[in-house]
Design a protein around this ligand. Structure first.
Ligand code: DHB
Ligand code: FE
Length: 284
C-alpha cells in the first residue's frame, strides 16, 4: 500500500531526483579532450546561430529562451530534457555498428544495484500493485545464437500510473526493478505488471515547452533493459507493446520496429506473456 500521506509526484520532485542521481553516476564526471570540445562547441553554436538567422529570432524570443533555460536548471530538469529530446541520437551514433539486439535510450530513471535473482523472478512489487500481470521471458545469446550463461538482465519500468520507484514519492525503493542472472541455457523469466504509458512531467519547464509548442508529453508504455555478460558488449534498450498508445508518436523518438513486443494471453490463464531474445555483440 502506498502511504496515505505520500505527497503527490511533481515535476520538481522527479527532476530533482533525476539530477541528484545523475551527479552520482560513473560517466557524470567524464572529461572531454580539448580539441573535441572546440570542435563540438563550435559546431553546436554555429548550428544555433544558423537557426537564429534563418528564422529571424527576435529579442523577445531570445529572452524567453534565456528565462526557460534558467528554469530548466532550477527545476532540475536537465536530465529529463536531454534524455527526451537528445539522447536518441547519441544512442543511434553509439550503436551504428551493432549487429545484435537494437539499443534505445536509457532515460533518467535507471538505478544500479536492484535485487538480484537467478533465472526466474517476480519483480519486487506492492501487494496491491495495479495492472495486468505480465511474464517477460527469453534467452540471451551470442550473435551465432549460442546461449550465454550468467548474463545479467536488468529490468526496470514504470507502474500502472506511469511512475518510477525512487523518483516519485510513496513507492517502495526497488518497486518494479530487478536483475536476473541467466542459467546455463541463457534463459530468464520475469513476472511483473504491464507498465502504462508514461507522461513526462507536465508541471515543470519541460512541460512548459511541450505546452508552448503544442506538442504532447507522452511516451508509449515501455520496459527498460540493460543486458550484459563478460566478453560481450552491454546493451541498453527498451521494449514497447504492439498497438500501444503513442508507439507511433513517442515524444522521446526512441521506438524502433525491432523493439516491439507482441504479448499473448498467459498460459496460466491470468494476464499476458511474451518471449523476447537478446543477441549480444562481442565486446569491442
Ligand atoms: C524520460 C522518462 C523515461 O521513462 C524515459 O524512458 C525516457 C525519458 C524523461 O522523463 O526524460
Ligand atoms: Fe522510461
Amino acid at each position: 500500500m502506498s502511504a496515505p500521506t505520500a505527497p503527490k509526484p511533481t515535476a520538481a520532485g522527479s527532476g530533482r531526483s533525476a539530477t541528484e542521481r545523475f551527479a552520482r553516476k560513473e560517466r557524470a564526471g567524464a572529461t572531454v579532450d580539448q580539441a573535441r570540445v572546440d570542435t563540438l562547441a563550435t559546431a553546436a553554436l554555429t548550428a544555433l546561430h544558423q537557426v537564429i538567422r534563418e528564422h529571424g529570432v527576435t529579442y523577445a524570443e531570445y529572452d524567453a529562451l534565456k528565462a526557460w533555460l534558467i528554469r530548466v536548471g532550477e527545476d532540475g530538469e536537465w536530465p529529463l530534457f536531454l534524455d527526451v529530446w537528445v539522447e536518441h541520437v547519441v544512442e543511434e551514433v553509439a550503436n551504428t555498428d551493432r549487429q545484435g539486439t537494437k539499443g534505445s535510450i536509457e532515460g533518467p530513471y535507471y538505478i544500479p544495484g536492484a535485487p538480484e535473482f537467478r533465472t526466474e523472478a517476480t519483480l519486487p512489487m506492492r501487494d496491491d500493485e495495479k495492472g495486468t500481470p505480465f511474464v517477460f521471458q527469453g534467452t540471451v545469446t551470442d550473435l551465432d545464437g549460442s546461449p550465454v550463461e550468467d548474463a545479467t538482465v536488468e529490468l526496470w519500468h514504470a507502474d500502472d500510473d506511469g511512475y518510477y520507484s525512487q523518483f516519485a514519492p510513496g513507492i517502495p525503493e526497488w518497486n518494479l526493478r530487478g536483475t536476473i542472472l541467466t542459467g546455463p541455457d541463457g534463459r530468464f523469466a520475469f513476472s511483473t505488471m504491464k507498465p502504462a504509458p508514461y507522461q513526462i512531467p507536465t508541471d515543470g519547464s519541460c512541460g512548459a515547452l511541450v505546452a508552448a509548442a503544442g506538442w504532447h508529453p507522452w511516451r508509449p508504455a515501455h520496459l527498460h533493459l540493460k543486458v550484459s555478460a563478460p566478453g560481450r558488449a552491454p546493451i541498453t534498450t527498451q521494449l514497447y507493446f504492439e498497438g500501444g498508445e503513442w508507439v507511433e508518436n513517442d515524444v522521446a523518438q526512441a521506438v524502433k520496429p525491432e523493439l516491439i513486443l507482441r504479448p499473448t494471453p498467459a498460459a496460466s490463464g491470468t494476464g499476458e506473456e511474451v518471449t523476447y531474445d537478446f543477441a549480444l555483440d562481442p565486446a569491442q
